[in-house]
Design a protein around this ligand. Structure first.
Ligand SMILES: [Zn+2]
Ligand SMILES: [Zn+2]
Length: 374
């Protein structure tokens, strides 16, 4: 039997269990670096499939590496499995976990004939925005010796080389001075006002940034009671730009807006994090072409997205991997009606029949791509 047919047959034999795995992860959403159950379930699934499994690699308790085969061509397949606060698997990482697991099992079954060594790398905490799973795994050597890396991400449409831009998440903390807001307001220093000034400055800054830049955030602490001058205020912000270089430039401008709040109110400002950003993705066009052909042969359609391709730019730590190892990160379409990623309506779609089919299509297209690339 030819390797591609062998991979397909193997995938068929585990298909229904992969879908069970996806649904189980979906039903028990865990946040970044806390994905104990998901990592356990995937490792249990791989047990008995001919993998050497190492858990908690690189000092990350919810990361793992599973290796099979000893061919000359080393392929890293990344499995994400973290969820979002409040809205569960609204990014469909349960689909990623199951499809990457399926791809690894299918390709491992024919590793000898295809000349492959397959590494399924469990990569936690993709959604955290700074110093995430793949960034730390890369720094600590988990991707050393790989000839290529890949994963497939669900979204409302199929895309081979989606636009993926640089990003970094940081926290801003203002400290002022509490006081009675009516009797002794002149003794207070209002930390929440500092945040208001900063938000106004960012609003004005929007006129002078590139159309592709993004600045978005939430206030996580705006004080304790209306009759106490807020002595503390906190926010979490994400900034994005086409490249890491552009991001560094934008960061300086945004930080100055936060400084403005401190200067205006007399409070002090501290910026925490943002030091280990997500890089832009450089897609390997040769591997991407192999994926496209394999996915098309399974009936996947890649339509011309026009201006939507650039407008719907997102970020992932797979970008950092792509700067070190030839990589792909195609999007696989699921039927989601009008819902898009990071909406609770999308969460509900991530266990429907089209999501389950996406798991099997992505798994086989990745396994075949590994075989072709080798
Ligand atoms: Zn997401
Ligand atoms: Zn995602």
């Amino acid at each position: 039997m030819k390797p591609k047919a062998g991979a397909e047959e193997k995938l068929k034999s585990v298909g229904s269990r992969l879908i069970d795995l996806s649904h189980r992860i979906h039903a028990h959403p865990e946040l970044g670096f806390e994905e104990e159950q998901a990592a356990n379930w995937i490792c249990e699934f791989l047990d008995g499939q001919g993998f050497e499994i190492e858990r908690g690699i690189c000092d990350l308790p919810t990361a793992f590496a599973a290796k099979a085969g000893d061919g000359p061509f080393h392929v890293a397949i990344c499995a994400e499995y973290d969820a979002l606060p409040g809205i569960g698997h609204a990014c469909g990482h349960n689909i990623i976990a199951a499809s990457s697991c399926g791809a690894a099992i299918a390709a491992a079954a024919v590793a000898e004939d295809a000349g492959l060594t397959i590494h399924l790398i469990g990569t936690p905490a993709e959604e955290v925005g700074n110093a995430s799973g793949k960034i730390l795994l890369l720094q600590r050597g988990a991707f050393e010796g790989m000839h290529m890396a890949m994963m497939v991400h669900p979204t409302p449409f199929d895309a081979v080389m989606p636009k993926i831009i640089a990003a970094s998440m940081f926290e801003v903390a203002y400290t002022g001075k509490a006081s009675h807001a009516s009797a002794f307001p002149e003794l207070g220093i209002n930390a929440a006002d500092a945040l208001t000034v900063a938000q106004t400055a960012i609003g004005l800054l929007r006129q002078h940034i590139r159309p592709s830049d993004r600045i978005h955030g939430i206030v996580t602490d705006g004080g304790d009671a209306p009759n106490i001058v807020p002595a503390h205020a906190r926010a979490k912000y994400i900034i994005r730009a086409e490249t890491i270089d552009d991001l560094v430039e934008l960061r300086g401008k945004v930080h100055r807006c936060f400084d403005a709040g401190a200067i205006a109110t007399g409070s002090t400002v501290k910026i925490i994090g943002g030091d280990q950003p997500y890089a832009e993705m450089i897609h390997d066009s040769r591997i991407a072409e192999l994926y496209r052909k394999n996915a098309e042969s399974l009936g996947r359609v890649f339509s011309d997205l026009g201006p939507l391709r650039d407008r719907a730019a997102a970020s992932t730590d797979m970008g950092n991997v792509s700067l070190a190892v030839p990589s792909i990160h195609p999007m696989i379409g699921i039927e989601s009606g009008t819902a898009v990623n990071h909406q609770p309506e999308f969460t509900a779609q991530c266990i429907r029949p089209s999501a389950d089919k996406a798991i099997l299509d992505a798994a086989l297209a990745m396994a075949w791509t590994a075989i072709d690339a080798a």
